[in-house]
Design a protein around this ligand. Sequence first.
Ligand code: ARG
Ligand code: ZN
Length: 846
Amino acid sequence: QPIYLKDYTPPAYLVDDVHLTFQLSPNTTRVISRVRFCKNPDAASAEFFLHGEDLRLMWAKIDGVSIAPDVTEKGLTCDVPANAFTWEAEVEIDPANNTALEGLYMSNGMYCTQCEAEGFRKITYFPDRPDVMAVYTVRIESDLPVLLSNGNPTVSGAGFAEWHDPWPKPSYLFALVAGDLIPTSDQFTTASGKDVALNIYARKGDETKCAYALDALKRSMTWDENVYGREYDLDIFNIVAVDDFNAGAMENKGLNIFNSAYVLASPETATDANFESIEAVIAHEYFHNWTGNRITCRDWFQLCLKEGLTVFRDQQFTGDMRSKAVKRIDDAVALRAYQFREDNGPLAHPVRPESFVEINNFYTATVYEKGAEVIGMLKRLVGDEKYAEALDLYFTRHDGDAATIEDWLAVFEDVTGRDMTQFKRWYTQAGTPRITVTDSFENGTYTLKLTQETRPTPGQPDKKPQVIPVAIGLLAPDGTEVVPTTMLELTEDAQSFTFEGLTEKPVPSILRDFSAPVIINHDQDTKTRAFLLAHDTDPFNRWEAGHALATEVVMRMVTDDVAPDPAFLDGLAAVMRDDNLDPAFRARIVGEMPRQDDIAQRLFEQGRTPDPMAIYRTFETLKVQIALHLQDITPRIYAAMQVPGSYSPAADAAGKRSLGNIALSLMSRLDGGKQAAQQYATADNMTQQLAALSALLKQGGGADQRADFFQQWRHEKLVMDKWFAVQVGTAAPEDAAATVKSLTKHPLFDMRNPNRFRAVLGAFSGNAAGFHMADGSGYNLLADWLIKLDPVNPQTAARMTTAFDSWKRYDANRQAHMVAALQRILKNPEISGDVAEMITRLLDSA
Ligand code: ARG
Ligand code: ZN
């Protein structure tokens, strides 16, 4: 039952306005709707269909006359007048038993909603598709003290509140919240002088943890005015923190709803990484107000239109707030870990998919993060000025529209005159392009030859060449830069680029700033990589050289059983010692080892069968070797990176703590955890407390601290998530499954809370060697839990099946175990459509 992009047809009926009344009650909430419809002149069909799922229809009327529609599990149909008419209905729903967390549900006694993508149909009968936009008026009846919906508040009194949202919006942006919540408030004046009231609502006890998010919101609002010329457009902007939430957050118009993990922070309870992701997600959801809400998507195939662009914007914002270089490294690391992996396996799909069964399964790294890379490439190709012009045109031309990728690319064509036909392949063709680099030097002329190739992906056997911006620079052997960063445009299967007037053969620095989401194959020797690590003027490629060295070292350790190359260890020492380098950047070079999963993929691509346990042991050996080699420097660095005074989440202090914690983890390999125990005892912030606990557990110790941490934090849900996750993450492979088994029996384990479930089972699939134990115990354990979770929360269960997406890499024995686990999930009589689609895709490539 997949649906296809090519089958898109406009809606038969359009909606002018919507009136909703909610009579809230945990098991019997009544939703009374009054919707003004008119026939869409652009639609061929006149069939009247309203989506609706899990609703109890009490009555329905058209123009005041009772009717009896044909109701199915998916919605209803009925005869309607030829011209405009008013639909009215009352339905009953059961928010308290809505464990799928889609539609209207309850979390800790509060009511909240999640409608994207297709949750509104679980609230009332409606054309639940993004190209039907309407003005909403909402009345909430409840005795709870805080009653919120989209737009501006109008009237309220004892037991009710009304809201009106003047901006037409699709149903997926509808939101409602009711609860006993405490606001943390501020005010913002827009560039044109409009006052906006800002509130972040949280449960009692959590209101002390909203200040950072509020500050991030104000900085986001200012940034969007300064960089994109976008102002906020309502009198009020509300954010609500919710403990039970499938995703990170949701950009509902004027009423963003957040997973509390991306709002609540205090120095004692949140790590530096948490502060940074709060800042990024607050910005992301705020930026959606223009890229997503004012301009939305015609249909869900266009999801990347809003998500790719909004991720790109939040990445720019973080780069401006913190370090651009470090942000680019972090984004590249995440892209390779999640998106390249997706592109390499059975779940590969284009940034704009052609078909889907369940759209919730396409909120992926490809749509989001590769979608953002595509925007970044456009900007590199047309230049900053034309990019700004194109965005201005996009906002004026499409304000109020439900738009498509074609509309988006047309804006760039119109502003630059450039034909975007080939570039569009980035949206339609799945798979990561691989670029092979060779070079030569003759008579002062240096020639770089680049070839590109994209491997087949499911449903796409033949790939065409992409337009790839490859930023390069050339360095002389003495380390000076002879050609500064230059953008090459690779458009053919193979192309040569020449550089003249050079006195000696330069060292190329390829794909500077990670200018495209591609894999570079470039046979550079260890010496050249060490040279680039020491001299590259591009910070991303300097990091990349270190990363490539580390990868090469690990690969040789695994395949040839040799000791780590001293050139690599010396390179790390030099970086560690270089006080001119930003600590955060040093931390990325010294601490950011290749992932075990990446090494497994590389071995597989070389025609070898990866052994997860052997890879794990190699990393353990390597880390001890690094610790030994750097043992004279680490205590000094550790001491130098202690930040005096009270905690600040700002980038420079966070960078120091991250380098300090890398030094700590290296020291812990040699001192039996002495320094970590001391740090644990004296830490006044979660970043250092958790790093110390993690280092201790990793050495097989830390039992007292583990118990102490529990006692200290057992009433803080988000901190308890860390307590669960760190135990699974640091468990030795042979103990990981047993750790999971005992933690899932813990009284605070609750599979209905997605954060808690992910803290345990998500951390388990991240413990590569533990998950891939040769006897299949890891696969079976995860399968058992996904089978249990699926009837409760299909979205989160489906998402976590991706742990199996690399099954084809492994030996026949592991493959058989993984296929058996997947088939067992598929045979579950209670299987959801979400999970069924995922398992089918995972197995289809067999
Ligand atoms: N639009 C939200 C965001 O990116 C995410 C919604 C997730 N929804 C889902 N069905 N997975 O900010
Ligand atoms: Zn988003």
